[in-house]
Design a protein. Structure first.
Length: 92
């Protein structure tokens, strides 16, 4: 079981184009700067505890648990996403 919480926008977290790093087609890559804060770490602990309560309530035995967070960007949508399409009425 896993959970994902919202990463609050922070000035220190940003994305910029890195002109020195290019992909295999020669397109500049993104440089992503992101760090988790105490808010995200506390959400992880809470989510882990709630998940454990749910499992116990359903009659499951929890064999292992951890509050280790995945590296920033692994889930991609920590800060939301961009509209995918040309028409705001039909694109999401």
């Amino acid at each position: 079981m896993t959970a994902m919480g919202e990463v609050l926008p922070r000035y220190e977290n940003f994305v910029r184009i890195d002109q020195d790093v290019k992909d295999e087609w020669g397109i500049p890559a993104l440089h992503i700067r992101h760090r988790y804060t105490d808010n995200e770490r506390e959400m992880v602990k809470d989510a882990m505890n709630v998940a454990e309560e749910l499992c116990h309530g359903a009659g499951f035995q929890v064999l292992a648990k951890h509050s280790q967070m995945v590296p920033p960007g692994e889930s991609i949508h920590e800060l939301g996403t961009c509209r995918m399409g040309a028409d705001p009425k039909t694109s999401c």
